[in-house]
Design a protein around this ligand. Structure first.
Ligand SMILES: Nc1nc2c(ncn2[C@@H]2O[C@H](COP(=O)(O)OP(=O)(O)O)[C@@H](O)[C@H]2O)c(=O)[nH]1
Ligand SMILES: [Mg+2]
Ligand SMILES: [Zn+2]
Length: 358
């Protein structure tokens, strides 16, 4: 027996595929939060806790292949609902995890827009925005820079900072808002219509939860003032939380990101943060110019004439080094892993031949 999930129910969780034909006892739902001991999932009507199928928990599974906030999942409606499958993702925002063991950590799945939040007050740091844009490049989602706390700085100061950003990253939309003000945050609603999903990233204190609350129109989340920084606090067991807004879109709040670590998969050449440098490089005489003193180097020329800001150039060099180093580590890890697998197979074969076991 088959039942077809009604489109209205699925629209409530941001599903925009076709009606999903599910076998009896299975249900399409979306991961809205991740707790230390399970997931919260929402099927558009109600939410419940769900456990991942055992295969997701195997130690050799890449953490990025486990269910994550924003994922659409197939639930088996047993006594404790179980996540059996992840619907193929339309986008995936990842970073390298802090530890050695897990290589990639999912920030959010199936997002269309990543709002990079940064306070116009003491938090403002264009170098950090560049790092976020590198992380977002290749995720399948579009970055939008959202400068918060516009109410806390002089008009002239915020205009200057915005002009600086616009000059550096002209193709990325940059908005400046007061996250506490409903009229001000309405500028984001064009990215939060029915079927849209967006995620908020940025340092702790940038205004992510405040913005979420204002968009929701209710005090749903505890903001920093209430929550504090206790990493063992009750609320902090929730890693990410997806909410649906009245505008029809879904919004994912995340905890503050202390470190923006690259996986090595990032494609610096196309990252929006450095489009100006990549454009310059096209004019270098040599296609493989490393911009370290080759004749006819357009990058050096721009540095000398002042068209290219020396600080941006330094930032690009640093990021290139970091991404390359991360790539080396990841590659080395994968190589070691597959070499070990091959060695184990070969060993097994030799043992089988020697001792006649299968
Ligand atoms: N004046 C002003 N305060 C803000 C704004 N956005 C956030 N805040 C304040 O900054 C603090 C941190 O905000 P919060 O939303 O918890 O930051 P989060 O860590 O990114 O979730 C809170 O005290 C907020 O009230 C803003 O646009 N204007
Ligand atoms: Mg917060
Ligand atoms: Zn060059």
């Amino acid at each position: 027996m088959h039942s077809i999930d009604e489109p209205a129910r699925l629209a409530a969780i941001g599903w925009r595929g076709d009606a999903w034909e599910m076998p009896a006892g299975k249900r399409l739902a979306r991961v809205i939060a991740q707790h230390r001991n399970g997931y919260r999932v929402h099927d558009g009507t109600s939410e419940c806790t769900a456990q991942p199928a055992p295969r997701f928990l195997r130690r050799d599974v890449d953490p990025a292949e486990r269910p994550a906030v924003g994922d659409f999942v197939v639930l088996a409606m047993t006594t404790t609902p179980a996540i059996e499958e992840i619907v193929p993702r339309r986008s995936l925002l990842v970073r390298a995890a802090a530890g050695e063991r897990h290589r990639r950590q999912v920030i959010a799945a199936n997002v269309d827009t990543v709002f990079v939040l940064m306070g116009l007050d003491g938090d403002f740091n264009p170098r950090r925005i560049e790092r976020y844009l590198v992380l977002i490049e290749g995720s399948g989602a579009r970055p939008v820079v959202v400068l918060t706390k516009i109410d806390k700085v002089e008009n002239a100061a915020s205009t200057a900072l915005r002009a600086e950003l616009h000059a550096a990253i002209p193709q990325v939309e940059t908005l400046a808002i007061n996250a506490k003000d409903a009229a001000s945050v309405a500028a984001l609603l064009k990215y939060l219509q029915a079927g849209d999903t967006a995620v908020l990233v940025g340092s702790s204190g940038a205004g992510k939860s405040t913005l979420t609350n204002t968009l929701l129109g209710v005090e749903r989340h505890a903001t920093a003032a209430v929550r504090g920084h206790d990493s063992r606090g009750r609320h902090t067991t929730t890693h990410r939380a997806l909410v649906q807004l009245a505008s029809g879109g879904c919004l994912i709040d995340t905890p503050g990101m202390r470190e923006i670590k690259f996986t090595g998969d990032e494609e610096l050449a196309t990252a929006a943060s450095f489009a100006d440098i990549e454009a310059l490089a096209l004019d270098c005489r040599f296609g493989d110019c490393a911009h370290v003193g080759e004749p006819g180097c357009a990058v050096r020329a721009a540095l000398e004439s002042g068209t290219l800001d020396a600080a941006r150039w330094q930032a690009w060099l640093k990021l290139r080094g970091e991404v390359a180093a991360a790539g080396d580590t990841l590659e080395a890890q994968l190589r070691r892993k597959s070499a070990a697998r091959v060695a184990n197979k070969a060993l097994g074969k030799r043992l089988a031949e020697k001792y006649g076991r299968n």
